[in-house]
Design a protein around this ligand. Sequence first.
Ligand code: NSS
Length: 430
Amino acid sequence: MKDVYIEDISKYVGEEVRLKGWLYNKRSSGKIHFLIVRDGTGFLQATVIRNEVSPEVFELSDKLTQESSIIVEGTVREEPRAKGGYELTVSNVELIQLAEDYPIKLKEHGVDFLLSNRHLWIRTPRQNAILRLRSKLINIIRNFFDEKRFTLVDSPILTPASCEGTTTLFETKYFDKAAYLSQSGQLYNEAAAMALGKVYCFGPTFRAEKSKTRRHLMEFWMVEPEMAFYDLYDMMDLAEDMIIYIIKRILKEGKKELKELGRDISVLEKVDHPFPRITYDEAIDILKKKGFDIHWGDDFGGDEETAISEEFDRPVFVHHYPSEMKAFYMKPDPENEKLSLSADLLAPEGYGEIIGGGQRIDDYDLLYKRMVEENLPIEDYKWYLDLRKYGSCPHSGYGLGIERTLAWIAKLPHVRETIPFPRLLYRIYP
Ligand code: NSS
């Protein structure tokens, strides 16, 4: 008998197969038990008919509890009434472990309870679909950069210095010195781009942001390309190509998952060239017209980003933010020093910023001056300044947040469901 996975079940119609998994749910009438079995690749109805199995198997099926681990054998049949279109007519059930009273019942639970039981919550169909989409998304992004012949260069997690401002650093000990968890691989990426031309890093990043919003995590995953000899506009072109590539492929490869999540994909199908590009100044005008009390120099919060993105049916770039709002490395616009060569990409449907990036300062003196202004400990950044001494060149890059991107693609209410074990404000369990 063949061991199979539920995702492949359609290939085995009429055959006897063996499934290894867990009991997700059960319905019974006197003569039949309907076991919904899950195996990590899908969910399948397994029908246990009293007259067709031994009394022991029928009794065992009756006593199985939710999430008991089992091995089920039977014949695959087409069954249009079953979810997925197939079922298993069971010949044998073997119990591996009888689960204790399972805390997550098949009803609505509060968010706090679910988060405390995240290690179990991920077994449900919806969370399964999200995690599978996440895995696909990451794979697709890697393929994009591979196809564009970028080199993957991993950046360190333990770092001596900050990239995105000192207020959101997680501090730790590096023997007798202070060290920080990386907020972004960008600075190392810049060194790598000077060595390899077009590079990207992909890994976890950390921000001690005292923000309890649906878009903030303390630990999130970011993919960061960095390109030598790219200006701001080259960077936006690349980001646009990447998003379109991602959406086109996820629509094909994530069909099943998007359906499970009830995602209206018509919005995603509209994502195509060209993405609108507006300046920060134009964004401020839009907001003022919409009645926001906002002034030049103010940063955008979630509400502002939503209001801007509502004006467009696809992702929109906002570029040329005021220099004073942006990080020390951001290159000022040579035509107007008050503005920076920066760009964010705002996702539609209220998801806000999913990409942040821009062109970097390539002049030694200017970078040094900006670092002094920001009170950065120059000693720790000497290597970074070196890049402006030895063959400096215009270069640009950006960071795409995996969780915010996935929240948009799957239309989820909160980023907490997009990562296996979310790190939220004051929550580090499980
Ligand atoms: O702060 S960013 O806007 N930009 C950087 O970190 C640059 N150093 C990246 C680069 O140019 N290489 O963050 C980039 C993206 C942002 O657009 C979000 O999608 C995501 O990272 N991000 C977050 N996601 C979840 N939670 C939090 N707290 C968060 N912060 C940023």
